[in-house]
Design a protein around this ligand. Structure first.
Ligand SMILES: Cc1cc2nc3c(=O)[nH]c(=O)nc-3n(C[C@H](O)[C@H](O)[C@H](O)COP(=O)(O)OP(=O)(O)OC[C@H]3O[C@@H](n4cnc5c(N)ncnc54)[C@H](O)[C@@H]3O)c2cc1C
Length: 406
């Protein structure tokens, strides 16, 4: 039987980018915060490894940028693609009005470990690994039921924040209505070793019926091979040799190492979803990040949005949490602030999925370069716009100073 083990001011379910950033910022503001992460550590094969210029800007505002950049990372200052034999550049980060004019590619567990280490500098920061939120304490939401290695406990809280990703248990338990926008794609995720004489580019490659993105991770290529939604059985039926051939057809220079894909265990299926809650909150509860709005991998911007949500939530809620009076209006203010940036980015993702990705996957010959991409390739100044959307998003948030936060 569950027992109330303790009470905190804010209890966050999920130690991903949204939950860890929110936990850190609230602790920095002097608020008692408990972050629950169901896994033992942050080490998972797929976490999405992009740290955007806007997140690096937040690190600068927090006075942590120099320390953060000591963590091993690769810099991407532009995005390129190859459609058939034509190479196109579509985004140029080098003109952004930010301290760092690049996307840092860094294993997300390094980023989350960094936030955890920074959080632990504050006495009110309490991170609990292997703690899984399994239900809400109702009556207005007044806390979470939690599964731990030592049995089930209850944690009381003035505010519960669901940061538990796109399969959020919190939002299900809360019965919040979800609008499912749908998506025509899934992703196969695998790595192949990289040689020093390979191209240094992080790039996307489009051929007849196929699309693959390759991220340069120094000693390996992290590959994202896009397939039609639910198409994994067809890919498997054709067999592993056929899949390897398809990869080589996209990137012939992988021919001598594609055998590193020895079984289907080396290839992970990442199911893609786009959805959003109609209302992100109810009394005592707020959802942010993918728990409020699952993002597609298109553009690689979900982490950015999750972190921006966390900053907005911390800015708006730190005062009411300190005063012990978080109202529904405060929670609604977080949703109001973040709804438009999220909707615009989801709209763009849907357009790209439907107009470009679906068409490519259905094509039997190499598609022509779309005219907007031709324009970007021809007029370099235009590449600043996609760079801004990917690198900074819409309505970038800024961390309040410590005095404002307190
Ligand atoms: C195939 C694919 C590729 C993507 N690639 C990128 C990319 O390159 N760049 C990018 O910016 N975005 C990418 N995204 C989107 C990105 O992954 C998400 O938008 C982002 O991770 C959301 O962050 P979050 O903190 O809200 O949730 P998550 O990152 O999902 O974190 C949720 C955390 O909560 C924990 N958790 C879950 N349930 C519970 C529970 N009940 N109790 C306690 N803990 C729990 C999980 O273990 C996890 O640590 C991709 C998405 C997909 C599907």
């Amino acid at each position: 039987m569950a027992v109330t083990s303790f009470k905190t001011t804010c209890c966050i379910a999920g130690g991903g980018p949204a939950g860890m950033m929110l936990g850190f910022l609230l602790a920095r503001a002097g608020i008692a915060v408990t972050v629950l992460e169901k896994h033992t550590d942050f080490l998972r094969d797929f976490r999405g490894d992009t740290i955007h210029p806007s997140t690096l800007e937040l690190m600068h505002e927090l006075g942590l940028l120099d320390e953060f950049l000591k963590v091993k990372h690769d810099k991407v200052d532009h995005l390129s693609g190859q459609i058939g034999n034509e190479v196109v550049t579509i985004a140029d980060f080098s003109h952004l009005p930010t301290q760092c004019k690049f996307v840092a590619l860094m294993p997300q567990w390094d980023f989350l470990n960094f936030l955890a280490a920074q959080g632990k500098r504050y006495p009110t920061f309490d991170l609990r690994m292997q703690h899984e939120a399994i239900g809400l304490i109702e009556g207005g939401v007044t806390g979470l039921r939690v599964k731990t290695p030592d049995g089930e406990i209850e944690i009381g809280a003035d505010l519960v924040v669901g940061c538990d990703g796109r399969r959020s248990d919190v939002r299900v338990s809360a019965g919040l209505a979800v609008d499912n926008i749908g998506t025509p794609i899934d992703v196969l995720w695998f790595r192949v070793s990289r040689r020093k004489d390979d191209t240094a580019e992080t790039f996307g490659h489009i051929e007849a019926g196929r699309l693959m993105v390759m991220l340069n991770r120094d000693d390996y290529w992290q590959c994202a091979y896009v397939i039609p939604k639910g198409g994994i059985d067809r890919v498997r039926e054709k067999g592993l040799p056929a899949f390897r051939d398809a990869v080589v057809a996209m990137s012939p220079f992988l021919r001598d190492r594609v055998d590193e894909l020895k079984s289907w265990d080396d290839i992970k299926l990442l199911t893609v979803a786009i959805d959003r809650l109609r209302q992100w909150h109810k009394p005592g509860l707020l959802c942010i990040g993918d728990a409020a709005h699952a993002m597609s991998p298109v553009g690689g911007v979900g982490i950015n949005l999750a972190i921006q949500d966390a900053v907005a939530a911390a800015n708006i809620l730190a005062g009411p949490l300190k005063a012990g009076r978080v109202t529904n209006a405060d929670l609604a203010a977080v949703q109001r602030r973040r709804m438009l940036p999220m909707k615009v980015i989801q709209w763009i993702q849907v357009q790209i999925q439907e107009r470009v990705l679906s068409a490519v996957l259905a094509s039997t010959k190499t598609p022509p370069v779309p005219w907007p991409v031709k324009m970007l390739n021809r007029f370099p100044v235009l590449r600043r716009l996609p760079a801004r959307l990917v690198g900074m998003g819409i309505r970038p948030e800024h961390v309040r100073t410590l005095e404002q936060a307190r």
